[in-house]
Design a binder for this molecule. Structure first.
Ligand code: ZN
Length: 339
């Protein structure tokens, strides 16, 4: 595992010119830019027993344990049902697969479970590292419990908090951490990296992800691009049959459709005022055409409807009904036709 090219500067700052290691580090920044991977490499580096000047060796006992997920001086704290498929749409709220409510949280029991770990000395006479991801998933009790530990940090223990939404953390937690804003690559650097990962149409995947390269990679890998194109092709027309649209949309996951539509509406709104497209770059012409006739207020109304549909996406009573409703509303608010 290595850090991403856009993280090289911050890596140097942390590793090559350490201002004395803090007890707690907060790595903050938007989703999909590689914060967690960075935190993992940093952990491995600190636990490595034969460090190279700026990287873990990859061969020592510490590195081998770390890579196998069995290092006795490392703990990763995540919500129990935290799912890697969680996506930030970047245009609205999160879409999550069905989960139990507390499964989204890091609980006080998980923090208490760490007590033995923090109180005992390390197994390898080096650091003990606790990586919390995402830190804002700690519920109130968990946050208060971790705060106590941060107030009197046990020796040689390093907390690494990774957060997409640091504004949700307790200010008292933030003030006890050394905060680092994690870099977002510029467009050129992100495209270059995506090309190296052999992502098809990297510019489109990158725009789709809201310019977060790891999310773009996921979009590229999921190979939903063809489905997205098929679907958008159908809604690019000036007049459509909502029942037929809903029928054909049944073949795609509902959460994908809502995600595509949200970006589509954002593009239409953006296009209406700037004549530019942000997400569906490959549909620029169609979006420009549609945006001329679309009513701004109608677009906002439809966007609100999509947000409501997104909240219900985990428990759709009847997917067909949801799709029909969305298709009828699309005709009404976006195309200004009765279908
Ligand atoms: Zn090593």
């Amino acid at each position: 595992m290595i850090i991403y090219p856009w993280q090289e500067n911050i890596w140097r700052q942390l590793v090559l010119q350490p201002r004395g290691q803090p007890n707690a580090l907060l790595l903050k920044g938007r989703s999909g830019i590689g914060k967690l991977d960075f935190a993992r490499v940093l952990s491995q580096y600190l636990l490595c027993e034969d460090r190279l000047p700026s990287a873990p060796c990859g061969k020592c006992q510490g590195c081998l344990w770390f890579v196998n997920g069995t290092h006795p001086d490392f703990r990763l704290l995540e919500p129990t049902a935290f799912s890697e498929q969680e996506q930030e749409t970047d245009v609205g709220e999160k879409t999550r697969p069905a989960e139990k409510k507390t499964g989204n949280q890091i609980t006080v029991e998980q923090i208490r479970y760490l007590d033995d770990f923090t109180n005992l000395t390390s197994h390898r006479n080096g650091y003990k590292i606790i990586l919390i991801h995402p830190a804002e998933a700690m519920n109130k009790h968990a946050a208060n419990a971790i705060l106590k530990t941060l107030e009197e940090p046990p020796g040689n223990t390093l907390f690494i908090l990774v957060s997409h939404k640091p504004q949700r953390l307790l200010p008292t937690i933030i003030s006890r951490c050394r905060s680092m804003a994690m870099p977002v690559p510029d467009r050129e650097a992100a495209l270059k990296w995506l090309e190296l990962q052999k992502v098809n149409e990297p510019d489109i995947a990158l725009a789709q992800s809201g310019y977060a390269p790891l999310s773009a990679l996921e979009i590229g890998i999921r190979e939903t691009q063809e489905q997205r194109k098929e679907f958008l092709q159908q809604i690019s027309v000036a007049k459509l049959n909502p029942l037929l649209l809903a029928e054909s949309a049944l073949q795609y996951p509902l959460s994908d459709i809502i995600n595509w539509l949200q970006k589509w509406i954002c593009d239409l709104i953006y296009c209406k005022f700037t004549y530019k497209v942000r997400y569906h770059l490959d549909f620029t012409e169609q979006l420009q055409k549609l945006s001329r006739s679309a009513d701004a207020l109608g677009l906002v109304r439809y966007y609100r409807e999509l947000l409501a549909a997104q909240r219900a996406v985990q428990h759709p009573l009847n997917t067909r009904l949801v799709l029909e409703q969305l298709a009828f509303s699309y005709c009404r608010w976006v195309l200004d036709t009765e279908g």
